[in-house]
Design a protein around this ligand. Structure first.
Ligand code: XMP
Length: 511
């Protein structure tokens, strides 16, 4: 447990994770907990933030937790719904707004000489998203700011370190939002800005040693950033007692199995490479449905991993590269995503029958922090900058049924595309890229011959977390050269298309 910890109580806002990110950017540690299941012991929390919510304090069954252990006892910042609820809880009045306010607004009044608004002036742009408004401030409430449409855009409760804002300081479009969070957390609440990658490594290594002791840990490496950083952290903590398993499911990128294995060995990790390609391809035979394919790949992985981990005598722990967004999803107010679009790898990980205790050293940090932690431990930059790659690999990029020949074709196409991005200096500006093999043939002409071959689609997206994404406007010259290279060099492909769909409504992968 960190000594300087900020508690974010989540009322279900889509922006709650963003609050946590902004706080972490200030080098301050924070945790998100659902409003209806807060931590029992608040001793180590130096400040509390109440998030926004899609609810209204006036709706039928709104989130109305008891704040009496927090208000007046801890420095408190209430945001949007949080501000409305704080007013409601403390004797104020919340009602429907005459004008619903969404998007940009500017502060038309800012009270002078308030530490909370230090270096923030009238005119500062803020981001609003609400239809209720605070009509009357709570007992001892003092207005700190207004916009043209919202009189009580910010207030404090006198005699306490309690502050509330109707706007969202966490979104990029609130231009002084981060400054305001800093004013509250550092200048008012006195929280120390000591959360750095180095301090994380130090405290995590210590925590792992304490938790695991001299017992053996098994970890499944995927070649991705999360499992690699988790492995290096564990290795630092327990050395040779960490046993890594890297499974080739036959659906990896071209040469990935051997290249990545070499890289891991170079890093001093104790890794066993297991080539189970045939087992996976057998399990996939005849399957065309995306979810059936995912399930078959997941099941084969568990079987292979279970077999291998049994060979490690006395293994007691299973390490996983779970990161914070997965954890938040699974404990969120609404109990995780409302609809399963795709069955991504689940947070619970491997099934109970494996009888291993779980250790997840990255479960409290975000993706960009994972990279920073990796860099602070000296992990190769190229490895840390690798694009995300789905667990089922090319299995969900080959639409329809999977054969060895289709895997070969897609590996070649993918390698030309990805290497091309690297050579052109475009790789790092793309969040994720890959190729899809479509289940259609199209007519072409090569030399004087008619061809009837496969179509591939290239996809490159920009995103921050994979939840939303937009296609990248790759230069025409690059697309032209890549298309030529693919059609000339990869036997079996006579047409290349580029995917120009955003997510939503499309998804990043095609299956
Ligand atoms: P979608 O296609 O849902 O992808 O927009 C969002 C991100 O998740 C990855 N992805 C997966 N990762 N198992 C995984 O481990 C899966 O089954 C899976 N499906 C999609 C995808 O590559 C992207 O980064």
């Amino acid at each position: 447990m960190q000594q300087h910890n900020v508690l974010i109580l989540d009322f279900g806002s889509q922006y709650t994770q963003l609050i946590a990110r902004r706080v972490r950017e200030l080098n301050i540690y924070c945790e998100i907990h659902p409003y209806n299941n807060p931590p029992k012991d608040l001793t180590n929390y130096k400040a509390v933030i109440l998030s926004g919510s899609p609810s209204s304090v006036r709706s039928e069954d709104p989130p109305h937790p008891d704040l009496s252990e927090i208000r007046g006892k801890k420095p408190l910042l209430a945001v949007c719904y949080g501000a409305q609820y704080l007013a409601h809880f403390s004797g104020g009045l919340v009602g429907q707004s005459n004008t619903r306010e969404y998007g940009r607004a500017n502060l038309s009044y800012v009270k002078e000489n308030e530490v909370f608004f230090e270096n923030i002036t009238t005119g500062s742009q803020v981001w609003m998203s609400h239809s209720d408004t605070i009509k009357e401030l709570p007992t001892n409430g003092l207005r700190l700011a207004s916009t043209n449409d919202v009189e009580n855009a910010a207030y404090k409760i006198e005699g306490e370190q309690t502050f509330a804002i109707q706007f969202h300081p966490e979104v990029y479009h609130s231009t002084d939002g981060k400054k305001l969070l800093e004013n509250f957390l550092v200048k008012i609440a006195g929280v120390a800005q000591t959360w750095t990658p180095d301090s994380f490594v130090e405290s995590t290594v210590e925590a792992i040693r304490e938790k695991v002791g001299t017992e053996k840990v098994v970890l499944g490496l995927s070649g991705g950033v999360d499992s690699t950083v988790a492995a290096v952290l564990l290795h630092k903590a327990i050395g040779k007692n960490l046993h890594c398993i890297f499974v080739n499911n036959g659906l990896l990128r071209k040469n990935e199995f051997t290249d990545v294995l070499k890289q891991y060995e170079g890093m001093g990790l104790n890794v066993k490479g297991v080539d189970a390609s045939d087992r996976f391809l057998d399990a996939l035979k005849g399957l065309t449905d995306p979810e059936a394919k995912r399930k078959a790949i997941g099941k084969a992985f568990i079987e292979v991993f279970d077999d291998e981990s049994h060979k490690i005598e006395d293994a007691k722990w299973l390490a996983q590269g779970t990161i914070y967004p997965d954890v938040i999803e699974s404990v969120s107010v609404n109990g995780g995503p409302s609809a399963t679009i795709k069955s991504h790898h689940n947070v619970g990980g491997l099934p109970d029958f494996m009888k291993l205790k779980i250790v997840e050293p990255l479960r409290m940090i975000f993706k960009d922090e994972v990279r920073r932690v990796g860099a602070s431990m000296g992990i190769d930059k190229e490895l840390l900058g690798r694009h995300p790659f789905p667990g089922p690999g090319l299995g969900i990029r080959i639409l329809g049924d999977i054969t060895k020949e289709k895997v070969r074709i897609l590996q070649e196409v993918d390698a030309i595309f990805i290497n091309g991005l690297k050579k052109s200096g475009l790789y790092d500006s793309v969040w994720q890229a890959g190729a899809m093999l479509l289940p259609v043939n199209s007519v072409g002409v090569m030399g004087d011959e008619r061809t009837y071959e496969k179509v591939v689609a290239l996809r490159a997206v920009e995103s921050t977390d994979g939840m939303t994404a937009d296609w990248v406007n790759l230069p025409y010259e690059f697309l032209q050269k890549t298309s030529n290279d693919i059609i000339n060099k990869v036997k079996g492909v006579n047409r290349v298309v580029y995917d120009i769909s955003s997510k939503p409504p499309a998804t990043i992968e095609w299956e």
